[in-house]
Design a protein around this ligand. Structure first.
Ligand SMILES: [Zn+2]
Length: 400
């Protein structure tokens, strides 16, 4: 027979673990800490109380790795280190199921144990028996392993389900990208920014294709916009849109320097720098619907966005490697950056503003060129380059 106060203490351990489960959900480590303190507090109680106290604790312990992993993934998601993928959704669902099971099992145990009934949790009770020396580990190992094995198998299976497709986030992503396409078109259209000239577009294409073809990059879907903006700048927008300002074309000493800037921007797109950062920043406001003035503001925001130094260095490294592979001499690109750092002769160098440390970047680029370079071939002939600049100049002065 179990004494009433004993039954009450034992039942309380489940109630406390319930409080911990709910309260500790955001920070599983608190959960663990409180459970351990609780366990040591109850160590001197009767065997019945101690046994149930331990069962409540072990039940909690099993949840901690699952909950903590989810917490870290969520932090990663919030800070842009990972995406909302199938693994995350699957893990979350298994975690919710386990926590719900623990919740129900704890309520049931609290009620039954209060009545003096000895509730033994499947797969967990043998661990408790072994921990408290009621039964050897040899006998406990097999049943004790059942729960972890089931959890691991469930995790492996559930995280493989294409949840994001099931939950239509991919559709939302597609919708977002389509909206961004509209927004860019709208912003460029509303202040007659974009230069729509097939000859100039194909020259720009030629430069990009040279880099893409040599490096087997899929650039067919990328869209290049030549824009009447005299600021020295280029930008990568979500959805494979590239903005090339007229100011950049006029400031570049030759087509190879322009190719370097374009290779750098391509790298931002190819390495996924744009997608993560920009989509998070502007994604919501785009999906909420935008008015024309807002679309221009958003567009400006996208164009002026700068990346962190690691991303910039990564983009520079890729740019140099791609240029070398395409037999385009990166020296011109490096010199161009160095000249932007001086600032002096150039009016508005947004490129230097969004890309700080141009001098240092130039040196790193020169460093990365192989000692035995391939035979360099200019990306455009001098005639092509001059023709391109003259056509652009004619369009820009005509509209000013
Ligand atoms: Zn950049």
């Amino acid at each position: 027979m179990i004494a009433d106060d004993e039954a009450e203490s034992a039942s309380n351990s489940y109630l406390l673990s319930l409080v911990l489960l709910v309260g500790g959900a955001p920070l599983p480590i608190l959960n663990l800490l409180a459970s351990v303190i609780f366990y040591f507090g109850a160590r001197r109680s009767s065997p019945f109380v101690r046994w149930h106290c331990t069962q409540a604790l072990v039940g909690q312990l099993l949840l901690i790795p699952v909950n903590s992993t989810f917490l870290w993934m969520t932090i990663g998601l919030l800070f842009g280190q990972r995406e909302l993928d199938d693994f995350y959704v699957g893990w979350g669902l298994v975690m919710l199921t386990l926590n719900a099971a623990e919740l129900i099992a704890s309520i049931y145990a609290a009620i039954k144990v209060r009545q003096g009934v000895d509730v033994r949790w499947w797969s967990i009770a043998p661990i408790v028996d072994a921990l408290l020396g009621r039964q050897g580990w040899g006998k406990s190992v097999a049943p004790a392993m059942a729960m972890p094995v089931i959890v691991v198998v469930a995790m492996a299976a559930v995280t493989r389900v294409p949840w994001t497709a099931v939950l239509h986030t991919e559709k939302a992503q597609g919708r977002l990208e389509a909206k961004i396409d509209d927004l860019i078109e709208e912003a460029l259209e509303s202040n007659h920014q974009s230069v729509r000239d097939p000859a100039m577009e194909s020259t720009l294409r030629k430069v990009v294709n040279r880099i893409c073809d040599a490096n087997r990059l899929e650039c067919v879907d990328y869209r290049l916009y030549l824009v009447r903006d005299m600021t020295v700048n280029a930008a990568t927008l979500p959805g494979g849109h590239f903005i090339v300002n007229a100011g950049l074309v006029f400031a570049a000493p030759d087509a190879d320097a322009l190719a370097g800037v374009l290779a750098h921007e391509l790298a931002h797109a190819e390495r996924g720098h744009v997608r993560g950062k920009l989509l998070r920043e502007i994604g919501l406001s785009v999906l909420m619907g935008t008015k024309a003035e807002q679309s221009i503001l958003l567009f400006r925001r996208m164009v002026s966005l700068s990346y962190d130094r690691d991303m910039e260095s990564e983009a520079d490294r890729s740019a140099v490697d791609w240029l070398v592979e395409a037999k385009v001499n990166p020296t011109s690109f490096a010199n161009f950056l160095a000249s932007l750092a001086d600032g002096g002769s150039l009016p508005l160098t947004a490129l230097a503003r969004t890309h700080p440390g141009s001098e240092e970047r130039a040196l790193k680029i020169l460093d990365r060129i192989p000692a035995k370079p391939p035979e360099w071939t200019p990306v455009l002939t001098p005639q092509e380059w001059e023709g391109f600049r003259q056509s652009l100049s004619a369009v820009v002065t005509k509209t000013q």
